[in-house]
Ligand binder design. Structure first.
Ligand code: 5RP
Length: 219
């Protein structure tokens, strides 16, 4: 089974975790695109969705799924999204698709983050995947200097502006042994809009696509 088939398998499996009549939080990325396509098959059984990006919104609307503004809802039972890396405690690196800030906002509305990912995303320690960080443009160089102090090589992602009109840094060389502490530390730096460490909003369940089928990892 190749990576795309594993993504498709977990995308379908996630439908079992969408409560009937609910509004579902929907992430961003290639795995989520497959989930959105699957969600279309049960669109009459849900009220709609809250989206984490312009791309996911457009895809859902294309399928006739009603997309609510995040400010219209108080609570979502589940938020379903992919990850760039996930460790054995459900901590994640996210933001490969540049949508980390809205992803964390929608995840914060949800009772449970359900991660859908292929097996290549499971790691022992986060940090091999470059850590995405959304920054206010005027803070870019200071944030780059701050990462250098803790051993990170931060570079602006070429040609990318986020849905919120900000810049994105990708930080290489970090070994994130304490995701919760680093998430808090980086969040405090002036000009950081959001850091792509999801520790406070870690996954409660990961549906991991493996060659042997879907592995359920509860955290
Ligand atoms: C987007 C994300 C995605 O969830 C992450 O990049 C994984 O994407 P894919 O499913 O394409 O591998 O965080 O900002």
């Amino acid at each position: 089974m190749n990576q795309d088939e594993m993504k498709a398998m977990v995308a379908r499996a996630a439908l079992n975790h969408v409560p009937a009549g609910s509004i579902v939080g929907v992430g961003t990325g290639s795995t989520v695109n497959l989930f959105i396509d699957a969600l279309a098959s049960i669109r009459d059984r849900i009220k709609g969705a809250v989206s984490s990006s312009v791309k996911s919104t457009e895809r859902m609307r294309g399928h006739g799924i009603h997309v609510f503004d995040a400010n219209q809802v108080e609570h979502l039972p589940v938020y379903i999204d992919g990850a760039d890396e996930i460790d054995h405690r459900g901590n994640m690196i996210k933001g490969g698709g540049a949508a980390l800030t809205r992803e964390k906002i929608v995840a914060d509305l949800a009772g449970a983050f359900i991660c859908i990912a292929d097996a290549s995303k499971l790691v022992k320690v986060l940090g091999k995947y470059p850590l995405p960080v959304e920054v206010i443009p005027m803070a870019t160089n200071q944030v780059i200097r701050r990462f250098k102090v803790i051993g990170g090589d931060a570079q602006p992602r070429a040609g990318v502006t986020t849905d919120n009109g900000n810049l994105l840094l990708d930080v290489r060389g970090l070994s994130i042994t304490d995701p919760a502490a680093m998430e808090i530390e980086v969040s405090l730096w002036p000009g950081v809009v959001e850091v792509g460490i999801f520790a406070r909003h870690r996954a409660r369940l990961c549906l991991l696509g493996t060659p042997d089928g879907v592995r359920h990892m509860d955290f």
